[in-house]
Design a protein around this ligand. Structure first.
Ligand code: GCO
Length: 471
């Protein structure tokens, strides 16, 4: 989600009550999550775990450049080694299998699989072929994201997502990769969180490539969505049996008071975080309120673009983390009003499972053609430590239990939700926050690369085992 430094606070999570320790995790008997066709998996992304940035012909990405720029990433961390997954992938697949996880969401690094002319890089492609073949052999469903933010630097040098041509280069890349990997992927997602790429990358500069201009953000978003829309028919043609979709991060905005102005502010917050992406995808138009919020930022849209962007989807991936409480900031805007005394994570993000439920139910009402949903990311960061060989991440266990319950409630209210991926399988490079923030259900000791299964992972594994035993 938004690794926006401005959302970080010093608040500490409160102690967790004892009854949680007694029955830490298992969903209640009537939960829809007991259905064995509800897919439960974990997610990662290439730049956050792979390392090996200079190996086997991988080209530099915008995140290599950004993280090498002093002051951009906490403690000067980079993804150069990360979890060394490029070399340890076999052990990591064994780990997934040992936990009984049924699905794995990963991303392909564009700069690893193509050369500067867009031609295939065999060694990079072979890495993903080996990995996907092994996952298939283990019976794990594969959800592959084509773009989880690691744009080849040579494309950024030509304007990146501000250059319309990048959308066409993305479609070429989608063509190449889906020909190569056809039959090995259960579901393709074109983009991960275009909101972050456009807004944090080009609007406020907190992410690579680090540009900050409101007009850049809306134009970059348009080209990202166009890239998505161009890629969908290509994926359909090359790999007809798989599902095709996109992954969007969503944010809950609540009004600080009941005043009309604050309620309007909360509405505008959700327009900026959700409708900006979902309206073009599902209605074929940008929300006009967005340009009320950001006057003069209308992107250049060519004839036929909106139709391309609104290509039918087989699924929509939803990433949810927290809510933001807002008040009116004058005629057009909103400002954050952080709530006191609420539970927060290591990111400073409020733990607010109801937001997930309410947004899903709201989307189901707003969009007549809402596709089936997968929760493609949900999870939390905590300052986890290995003590006597164990990691007791009690807050995460409670977090997961409550978000499972939110998903269950949304399903019972009629939303078609087919699965849930934990963010993340393992601690990893958390973008502008480097390695300090730990989102994994598996702990990584970065000095030894030792993996330690956290208690949350044990709880998930136990639930999956019990669920399997019911068949
Ligand atoms: C994102 C990404 C993940 C993050 C996670 C926690 O949304 O930022 O998909 O790469 O690590 O969301 O911030």
């Amino acid at each position: 989600m938004a690794n926006d430094a401005s959302t970080v606070s010093d608040a500490r999570p409160p102690a967790v009550s004892n009854d949680l320790l007694a029955d830490p995790f298992t969903p209640p008997a009537d939960s829809t999550l007991w259905r064995t066709n509800f897919l439960l998996g974990a997610a990662t992304a290439s730049y956050q775990i792979e390392g090996a940035v200079n190996e086997d012909g991988r080209l530099p990405s915008i995140w290599d450049t950004f993280s090498a720029t002093p002051g951009k990433v906490l403690a000067g961390d980079t993804g150069a080694v990360a979890c060394d997954h490029y070399h340890r992938w076999e052990a990591d697949v064994d780990l997934l299998t040992s936990l009984g996880l049924e699905g794995y969401r990963l991303s392909v690094a564009w700069p690893r699989v193509t050369d500067a002319a867009g031609k295939p890089n065999r060694k990079g492609l072979d890495f993903y072929k080996r990995l996907l073949a092994r996952l298939k052999e283990k019976g794990i469903q594969t959800f592959v994201t084509l773009y989880h933010w690691d744009l080849p630097q040579h494309l950024e040098d030509r304007g990146g997502w501000l250059n319309r041509d990048t959308a066409y280069r993305f479609a070429d890349y989608a063509d190449l990769i889906s020909r190569e990997l056809a039959g090995m992927v259960d579901a393709w997602a074109t983009l991960n969180e275009p909101w972050c790429s456009a807004y944090l990358g080009y609007g406020n500069g907190h992410h690579a490539p680090g540009l900050a201009d409101g007009r850049f953000a809306t134009q970059a978003m348009h080209h990202l969505l166009l890239a998505h829309g161009l890629a969908i028919p290509v994926l359909r043609a090359n790999d007809p049996a798989s599902q095709k979709g996109i992954v969007a991060n969503i944010g809950r905005g609540t009004a600080d008071s009941d005043s009309a102005a604050d309620r309007r502010a909360a509405h505008l917050f959700e327009v900026q975080h959700n409708a900006w992406i979902l309206d073009p995808l599902l209605k074929g138009e940008y929300p006009q309120d967005l340009f009320e919020l950001w006057p003069g930022t209308e992107p250049l849209v060519l004839d036929g673009d909106m139709q391309t962007i609104a290509a039918p989807l087989d699924f929509l991936g939803i990433n949810y983390y927290f809510r933001t409480n807002v008040a009116s900031d004058g005629a057009r805007g909103f400002r954050d009003v952080p709530l006191e005394g609420v539970e927060r994570t290591q990111m400073g993000w409020e733990v607010y499972p109801d937001g997930l439920r309410d947004l899903l139910i709201g989307f189901n009402r707003t969009y007549a053609n809402l596709p089936p949903i997968y929760i493609t990311e949900n999870g939390m960061a905590s300052d986890d430590k290995v003590v006597d060989g164990r990691v007791d991440d009690t807050q995460r266990i409670s977090f997961l239990k409550r978000h499972f319950s939110a998903v269950d409630q949304a399903i019972k209210a009629g939303v078609d939700i087919r699965g849930y991926f934990l963010w993340s399988l393992m601690d990893n490079f958390e973008w502008a926050f480097g390695y300090e923030r730990r989102f994994g259900i598996v702990h990584i000791d970065y000095s030894t690369q030792k993996r330690t299964v956290k208690r949350s992972a044990e709880c998930v594994a136990k639930f999956l085992k019990e669920r399997q035993a019911r068949i």
